[in-house]
Ligand binder design. Sequence first.
Ligand code: KG4
Ligand code: ZN
Length: 381
Amino acid sequence: MALVLGIESSCDETAAAVVRDGEQLLSNVVSSQIATHMPYGGVVPELASREHLRAIVPVVREAVRGAGLELNQLDALAVTQGPGLAGALLVGITYAKALAFALSKPVITVNHLEGHIHAVLLERRQSRAGELPLPALALIVSGGHTHLYIVNRAPSGGWNYQNVGRTLDDAAGEAFDKVAKLLALSYPGGPIIEHLAAHGNPHAIPMPLSQIKIRQKHKVTDDGSPESYDFSFSGIKTAVLRFAETHDMQESIDQRREAVASLPDPKAVDFLPHLDGLTLDLIASFQEAVIQDLVRKTLRAAEDLEIESLIITGGVASNQRLRSEFERRAMAERLRVFFPSRKLSTDNAAMIAAAAFPKFQARDFAGDHFSAEASLALGSR
Ligand code: KG4
Ligand code: ZN
């Protein structure tokens, strides 16, 4: 039996969790910094590091206590090495190293993106549903990434990831956040846009389909590897900006900003009285365009690569409309689609502890000298 404590601090959540044998979630604590970053409409790196420093000790303590354990009962510590904000990552890494040293336990480094994939694998095992069909095509769709990976078991017993697509500009979550900021909605943009989009017509305003060509079927590059399936969201974001400009929305945007300025954590109901029908249609049409692009390209890649199971994970995967569109289209194409629970879609440490388990089995422990890797890549390309 292996009890792994996961620690995650790559962006704006300080998180710790204990997972047994990569399949049993014993505790899962997430301390969010949303309130700190809200006034800025995005994550401020210096503030993120400071908040991680403040939260890390109580969050880890609560995760260990919540699992009904003492620190010395842990078998290993797992920590996110990257990708993410360097200063934020360093807080988790430094704390994990110090704690591991004090307890004489090994440390396992985990790639944050690998963690998002393992959120799904963990919950499959926990529910005793068995391993999902492999290979799988994973779409990691978050504030920092829109990446497609072929996921498979490695001969060594670990996991293998091959990147076959990524965003060439904004990540999908980043587009949600930027559009929310531009329309004077709250941060992060995804959840508020999801709520407000339900009040608008998703087909009212035409949005540009991304200009990146969908590749030809079964096309391979010169070295025999599959073509990549890239995404681009800056065109959709710019279309929202242009629409707001050409429809003279600035005054109502400013009024809305002022109207909610005094609320510490404004919700959809607080914004609704300050949103006209056209703006709600714009919000709904934006969300729909992003979702249709994600679904279309991911399904096309699955078809080309002859992969029958999809993993859709990362913060944007908590969007209910995205989930139902993936489910509807996947069913029509006889694909199986797997999501994490909404709680494990956004950043958490359970996914880090789960991803560390195969490395624990392989005794793939980190030395003392590793550091944060802000641009850490996952797998091969
Ligand atoms: O995975 P995550 O928690 O952190 C990163 O690794 O980036 O993802 C955060 C991103 C933010 O951009 C946020 O706006 C987006 O996920 N997000 C959503 C929803 N909930 C969070 N996007 C669309 N719909 C949602 N319901
Ligand atoms: Zn993430």
